[in-house]
Ligand binder design. Structure first.
Ligand code: AMP
Ligand code: MG
Length: 356
């Protein structure tokens, strides 16, 4: 059953990639993109909802299908540096160093845009966010379509990002033209977004590429994001930061602290809440908690943030499907590397954060 509530008016085609049909699927989907349609595409981070970034009518279809606020700009995906040059006024030397170090891959650069990029794609800003995905399906589609592809995560705005085609269809079946099913994505959280358009580089969204790795290439960077919507508001440099995000239907409560403190608190809260009649799901890194309930998802080993990242959105959606109304999320995994991005997403998804 699809989750979305607004009118469904399209037959969404599902293209499952097999060992022999890649070029055929790419050709058909490139045709949809060229004609102004919407195609959900696998990338190495999460599934994106793609359309021709230079066609305002096509881009409008992304906003409409997702219910995305018009002032939240999109990331434009390119398949070559030449395609990037067509979109931006300049590529400063530090931006070029980042491109050489991390592209293709999960790093999005914000640069001053050219007039060719429509206002709707950038939310009216004079900058544009661009990245080159490493996923071969995504890159081939951009190359064959011959267009830069705007692609925010392929979910209803505010919900957890989709990491497989079933999640995309749950949110967007009947609202988009097609989805390319290439299995689960390998990273599981979105790209790092870094603003390279001003005096000082600033990370606006943590992602797979850590601040530490970026600083090894270009020196010091500012941290320009808040981890929670209730953090004191600064100047919003990235419009997406002011919206609720990544939330499943169930209420998420996040517990942060050492493993012992978190596991004990989860046991205590589980008992209290179920006693009151709540159906409680657990998103944890402590296998020992599996004796409590079947409504549980194991995020991965505490010191393996890449495993935790892969399972995060999958876990939030899986617990929703089980029908729980409260999710107790274990925040005791390492916050190093991609762990920073996982914590950022979990905090934004949570209605309550308990520090132990
Ligand atoms: P999503 O498309 O859901 O992966 O989110 C893209 C993120 O990049 C959002 O937080 C946007 O606000 C941010 N973003 C995109 N373009 C720009 C831009 N030109 N300036 C600042 N932030 C941007
Ligand atoms: Mg998103």
């Amino acid at each position: 059953m699809a989750h979305n509530t607004t009118k469904m008016n399209k037959q969404t085609r599902v293209f499952k990639i097999t060992s022999s049909n890649l070029s055929e699927v790419i050709r058909e989907c490139a045709d949809i993109i060229q004609r102004g349609g919407t195609v959900a595409i696998p990338t190495e981070t999460v599934y994106g909802l793609g359309a021709n970034a230079l066609d305002p009518i096509a881009v409008n279809r992304i906003f409409y299908a997702k219910g995305r606020p018009a002032d939240n700009p999109l990331i434009v995906h390119v398949a070559s540096v030449q395609q990037l040059e067509e979109l931006v006024l300049e590529i400063p030397p530090k931006a070029l160093s980042l491109i050489e170090a991390f592209w293709p891959g999960p790093l999005t650069l914000i640069l001053k845009r050219k007039g060719i990029v429509p206002d709707i794609t950038t939310g009216g800003l004079d900058t544009v966010a661009v990245r080159m995905p490493s996923d071969i399906v995504a890159r081939e589609l951009i190359r064959v379509a011959g267009k830069p592809i705007a692609a925010p995560s392929a979910n209803i705005s505010g919900r957890p990002s989709p990491t497989n085609a079933a999640h995309v269809l749950y949110d967007l079946d009947g609202k988009i033209d097609a989805v390319i099913d290439a299995g689960n994505t390998c990273i599981g959280v979105e790209s790092t977004v870094i603003d390279m358009s001003g005096e000082k580089p600033a990370i606006l969204r943590p992602g797979y590429v850590s601040a530490k790795k970026i600083e090894e290439i270009i020196g010091e960077v500012e941290i320009g994001y808040n981890n929670h919507l209730t953090d004191p508001p600064g100047i919003v440099r990235s419009p997406g930061m002011k919206y609720t995000h990544y939330s499943p239907s169930a209420t998420v409560m996040l517990l942060e602290g050492t493993q012992d403190h978190v596991s004990n608190k989860i046991r205590e809260m589980y008992a209290e809440l179920t006693c009151k009649g709540d159906r409680v799901g657990l998103l944890v890194t402590d296998m020992a908690l599996s004796s409590l309930t079947n409504d549980i998802v194991y995020l991965g080993a505490k010191d393996e943030p890449e495993e935790v990242a892969r399972n995060l959105f999958l876990g939030l959606r899986a617990l929703d499907e089980k029908g729980v109304n409260i999710i107790l999320a274990d925040g005791s995994f390492t916050h190093e590397g991609v762990g920073t991005a996982v914590m950022n997403r979990l905090r934004k998804a949570s209605e309550m954060i308990i520090q132990l």
